[in-house]
Design a protein around this ligand. Structure first.
Ligand code: GTP
Ligand code: MG
Length: 432
């Protein structure tokens, strides 16, 4: 059984008491105080261990305590410290204070250590209180008590991708196909009853992507129908959600309805999850009804859809590559978070209150007619210009050219030629 939540009562060790003791040795009378200090109580330490799968151990053994420190001893010997209580937890574990729900610790990296409760300090033995005026002190201090607390340990799986979809959409089949994980797959709803984490290897890129397959969601999951929302916490940390949709509608549902319900259930679970970037995968494309439904789906849902078939393995390689680009590719090419959802009724009310802000589509409609007013005519001028130019050219060709070019040229030639002839006749007269 997969356990992802447990309530625990933890206590760190008490410190050991200080010791009252006096040195007693042959030929050494009144050897003085030699009572040692008490040992420190053990801490309660959480250690993140990737080999831990879930929190089962804490469900069956919720009361845990670290060892107390031992009391001090004679001959100035300190008591041994109490052993720490080491609690291994899987990556992605959160520790919340019971009652207040305050987040106390969060462990995500393998090997990470958090001291949850510190052990009590040991008390002082009487050797610490000797002085010139008190050479035989019988004074000691008691060890400090350890800390105690009630906690709720919650596991939120760490994965890059979370598969979200209706039961029987093919989430586990896809996980089986792409990763070495082997979740159970069968043609009945709720085959998967807990989270399965698989790793998609990209040996050519020397990298990998971690994928989480969670139980299917159904309409009303927020009212605890089906397995409810409880497993959605395991995809809260994912950087990308993959919606798996049965595009063939093999369960007598329409794929666009599935998509709408999934979106709604995510919104009702948490706005953070609803705002995560996502890609839509159309599965079961090998079935005859799928192609036509995909067309209709894309008319209704404008987001990009990746068609695949886990059965014929069509589109799987393309999907692998797109996953890589969406998770590890350049940041500007990754899918963007969807626009915040506004309920249609709220949108109507907002449009009334802020008419200028909310009505972007109406503003576009108003801009289309562009009546020929005085203002508009200026804007339209660039279109009118070429027409005007052509008209001018036509006029120039037809009417102006023959008249304007020929007549003035002849006139000028006559006027210029006349003075030359006159000048030539004058020079001839002078020579004579
Ligand atoms: N024809 C066809 N059947 C598929 C395809 N992918 C999955 N199936 C079948 O669909 C059924 C359900 O598949 P699962 O992978 O168990 O579905 P799931 O989404 O994990 O379902 P839950 O675990 O119940 O949420 C199985 O019988 C699969 O063989 C596909 O591409 N084509
Ligand atoms: Mg499954």
């Amino acid at each position: 059984m997969f356990i992802d939540e447990a309530k625990v009562v933890l206590k760190s060790g008490d410190g050991g008491h200080g010791c009252v003791s006096f040195r007693r040795e042959k030929f050494i009378p009144k050897g003085g105080p030699d009572g040692g200090n008490g040992g420190k109580g053990g801490d309660v330490i959480l250690v993140c261990d990737r080999n831990e799968g879930d929190l089962q151990a804490y469900r069956w053994q919720p009361h845990r305590r670290a060892r107390n420190g031992a009391p001090g001893m004679g001959r100035q010997c300190a008591g041994p410290d109490g052993a720490d209580l080491i609690l291994p937890v899987p990556p992605g574990t959160q520790v919340l204070e019971e009652g207040t729900h305050r987040l106390v610790a969060e462990l995500t990296e393998h090997g990470e250590r958090v001291v949850l409760l510190a052990g009590g300090k040991g008390g002082l033995g009487n050797m610490n209180f000797k002085s010139s005026v008190n050479q035989a002190p019988r004074r000691t201090t008691p060890g400090y008590p350890g800390e105690e607390g009630n906690f709720r340990i919650v596991l939120k799986t760490i994965a890059d991708i979370g598969l979200v979809g209706y039961p029987n959409a093919g989430k586990s089949t896809l996980t089986n196909l792409l990763t070495a994980a082997r979740p159970k797959m069968a043609p009945y709803p709720f085959t998967t009853l807990h989270v399965n984490v698989g790793v998609i290897d990209y040996p050519d890129r020397f990298d990998r992507i971690v994928m989480a397959d969670i139980p299917g969601l159904i309409e009303g999951a927020h009212e605890n129908r089906g397995l409810g929302h409880q497993f959605l916490r395991h995809v809260e940390r994912c950087s990308l959600l993959v919606f798996i949709i049965d595009m063939a509608g093999s369960e007598n549902r329409e794929p666009w309805d599935d998509h709408r319900v999934l979106e709604r259930e995510l919104r009702l679970y948490s706005p953070v999850l609803a705002a995560k970037p996502r890609i839509i995968v159309a599965n079961k494309m090998d079935l005859p009804a799928a192609a036509a439904k995909l067309k209709k789906f894309q008319e209704r849902v404008k987001d990009q859809v990746i068609p695949i078939s886990c059965y014929s393995q069509e589109g799987i390689q393309d999907f692998r590559d797109k996953l890589w680009a969406a998770v590890k590719g350049p940041v500007d090419q990754r899918p963007k978070a969807p626009a915040p959802y506004v309920e249609p009724t709220v949108a109507k009310r907002l449009a009334k209150v802020h008419p200028g802000k909310v009505v972007a589509p109406k503003a576009k409609k108003a801009a289309k007619p562009a009546k020929p007013t005085a203002k508009n005519s200026k804007k339209v001028a660039p279109k009118a210009k070429p027409v005007a130019k052509k008209a001018v050219k036509v006029v120039a060709k037809k009417a102006v050219k023959p008249v304007a070019k020929k007549q003035p040229v002849k006139a000028v030639a006559k006027k210029k030629a006349a003075p030359v002839k006159k000048a030539a006749s004058k020079s001839k007269a002078k020579k004579k």
